[in-house]
Design a protein. Structure first.
Length: 253
């Protein structure tokens, strides 16, 4: 565990260091050029591109921008999410390296604990219960970026459980999961439903609807059908929902 923590801090510091270096480069260059004339004059445009070269990002810059004036270079190096080495991207990556499973789940307690009050015994117990309910024991100190897609979904569900939420609204939680992981997540969600929680999820993989859900609501700007899967998940209702006749799998049972 110490090795993982050390690795996390190493990369977190490296990302912050890079962001700081870029900010210094931009500031120094801008201050020097302001002593001459307007920053975007044709004569001074050539003074901005060397910053891109020094950062080693000339190939990415050339693919995104046709000119190398102050506005283009500064945006590329500071705020452009298409540049993985921009200041904004570096800070985001540093933050990602600082996120552990337990830290993310603990955020679910903020509404109860507030932003500044230390967690109480009750808060820690709620976090422990949420981690156990989503079968995340042993992963508490892992970084989110190290987890599989299914594990990440369970972490975010655990955060909602730590908040002691009774209604869970999920945005396509099964997207990108293999069949085994999807079945495991569906089982956990069914357990939550049997405990009295309301679990609702958007879902577009029609072939797995019968496997996962008990009830279904078909929407096309307005409700098309609502009820148990066996009653309303029919070929006619599906084709009424999707104008292109989206059903291409086996006939719904």
């Amino acid at each position: 565990m110490l090795s993982r923590v050390a690795n996390t801090f190493y990369w977190m510091v490296r990302y912050v260091e890079r962001a700081d270096n870029l900010a210094r480069l931009i500031d120094v260059n801008q201050q020097l050029l302001m002593d001459f004339e307007r920053l975007d004059s044709e004569r001074l445009k050539g003074f901005w591109y060397p910053i891109i070269l020094s950062a080693g990002d000339d190939e990415a810059f050339n693919a995104l921008y046709s000119e190398a004036g102050s506005a283009e270079v500064i945006h590329f190096l500071t705020d452009d999410l298409n540049n993985p080495n921009s200041i904004r991207s570096c800070i985001a990556q540093a933050r990602e390296n600082a996120r552990t499973v337990r830290g993310v789940v603990a955020r679910g307690r903020y509404p109860q604990a507030g932003w500044w009050r230390p967690f109480s015994k009750t808060d820690h117990e709620a976090i422990d219960r949420a981690i156990a309910a989503m079968e995340l024991e042993g992963l508490e100190h892992r970084q989110i970026s190290e987890l599989s897609g299914g594990q990440q979904q369970r972490v975010f569900l655990a955060r909602a459980l730590a908040q002691e939420a009774h209604a869970l609204l999920l945005d396509e939680p099964f997207t990108g999961l293999d069949r085994t992981t999807r079945t495991k997540l569906a089982t956990l969600l069914r357990t939550l439903a049997t405990e009295g929680r309301l679990v609702m999820a958007s879902h577009h993989a029609l072939e797995s609807v019968e496997e996962i859900f008990d009830e279904v609501l078909l929407l096309k700007r307005k409700p098309i059908a609502f009820g148990s899967v066996g009653e309303v998940f029919t070929k006619a209702n599906i084709n009424a929902t999707f104008s292109d006749g989206a059903w291409h799998g086996k006939e719904p049972s």
